[in-house]
Design a protein around this ligand. Structure first.
Ligand SMILES: NC(=O)c1ccc[n+]([C@@H]2O[C@H](COP(=O)([O-])OP(=O)(O)OC[C@H]3O[C@@H](n4cnc5c(N)ncnc54)[C@H](OP(=O)(O)O)[C@@H]3O)[C@@H](O)[C@H]2O)c1
Ligand SMILES: [Zn+2]
Length: 342
């Protein structure tokens, strides 16, 4: 099963909004096939795994055990159901990491296999299997994207100086890490003041892989047309209270109504099938996600040797539990997750 997780991760960044899935076919102690879901719309892990078996081992398939990190699908989507292939190949036993809570599967895959007389073992290493697809599961369970908060602070917990001149807090190697984080998420968001003062491009330039969809709050459309965020180089959504309009790669998305903008943005991203969100500041915007309990993870970079006498205070996490930390040069990166109240 751990090998299935390893294989699944090869699809990271390319399969969303589908989950990452890996599969291994084992005869006695011999792996005769491996596969993973590599790209949205392409074959699923189970099918790739079966197709990967070499000619000399084909006769062993009907005596082998299929390990798969997620419950096989039993519905027609972009590809035919994987349960069909498993049944056709007469695989006698299937071991599954966790059930797929996606409405169109949700236990039906397991049921289909059992009805066909196949022995099914599920779950195995469930916590790891759920964690592997935390974005996918959160998205379907909570009807909102998986939300990661990120900021960099000085040793005395400031994220900017008082005069708002741009403060470069994190080390250049840490910046690569941040670009890697961008490559892993579907979207990245900043607040109005950050967009106005810092003119960020929010692209992924320092790591292989994709740039996420850029999101910015600009209620009164104050951001200059010449800013990087409006350069049309990447799909960008400007949440505002004035207009709904698509201009090239930029979508002006009008929000209205009484609900908070944090909840309206989350809802809009859900409707657009955007499964994850990295919130990159500033303090005001981050604090509103924290106060409204709209977050799953926080990654806080602290430059342990830099101090500014006066500045903008870093956000304050609530209901947070630290689960990991690492050092990059003089930076300490602390990883928190939200303790679930809801
Ligand atoms: N160190 C870091 O990691 C980091 C990261 C990013 C930014 N920064 C720094 O932080 C400073 C800016 O931070 P900031 O806290 O002043 O500003 P900010 O969070 O970037 O932007 C605040 C503005 O965005 C809009 N906004 C934010 N949250 C909203 C919500 N929940 N609902 C509706 N509108 C919302 C509001 O605009 P309106 O008032 O127009 O409605 C608000 O005034 C800059 O100096 C920047 O350099 C540091
Ligand atoms: Zn499938």
């Amino acid at each position: 099963m751990r090998r299935c997780f390893e294989l699944a991760k090869q699809g990271e960044g390319n399969v969303a909004p589908n989950p990452m899935v890996g599969a291994v076919l084992v005869f006695n102690d011999l792996i005769i096939g491996e596969g993973y879901h590599s790209e949205f719309g392409k074959e699923h892990a189970e099918v790739n795994c079966i197709n990967n078996v070499s000619n000399e081992h084909l006769h062993l398939i009907n005596q082998s055990t299929l390990y798969v990190s997620l419950e096989p699908c039993s519905h027609f989507g972009k590809t035919p159901p994987c349960t069909n292939s498993i049944i056709e190949k007469k695989i006698p036993k299937v071991v599954i990491g966790c059930q797929d809570s996606f409405l169109q599967v949700d236990g039906r895959g397991i049921e289909t296999l059992r009805t066909a007389g196949i022995e099914v073992v599920c779950p195995i290493l469930e916590e790891d299997a759920l964690d592997l697809n935390k974005r996918f599961f959160t998205f379907h369970a909570k009807h909102r994207p998986y939300i990661i908060l990120k900021w960099a602070q000085t040793a005395n917990e400031m994220i900017a100086q008082n005069n708002y001149s741009r403060l470069l807090i994190s080390h250049e190697i840490t910046n690569r890490q941040v670009h890697k984080w961008r490559s892993e998420e579907a979207s990245v968001l900043v607040g109005t003041t950050t967009a106005l003062l810092d003119n960020p491009s929010l692209t992924n330039r320092l790591w292989p892989g994709k740039t996420p969809i850029r999101l910015v709050i600009d209620s009164n459309l104050k951001i200059q047309a010449t800013s990087y965020l409006l350069d049309g180089s990447v799909q960008t959504i400007v949440f505002n209270s004035i207009k709904q309009e698509q201009v090239g790669a930029t979508l002006y998305f009008k929000l209205s109504g009484n609900k908070s903008w944090v909840s309206q943005i989350s809802e809009a991203l859900y409707q657009m099938n955007i499964q994850s969100l990295l919130v990159e500041g500033g303090a005001n915007l981050l604090q509103s996600f924290i106060d409204e309990n709209y977050w799953d993870e926080a990654r806080v970079i602290t430059n342990t040797v830099m101090e500014v006498s006066e500045g903008l205070k870093a956000p304050i996490l609530k209901n947070a539990e630290k689960y990991y930390s690492e050092a990059i040069e003089k930076d300490l990166i602390q990883y928190y997750r939200r303790i679930m109240a809801s």
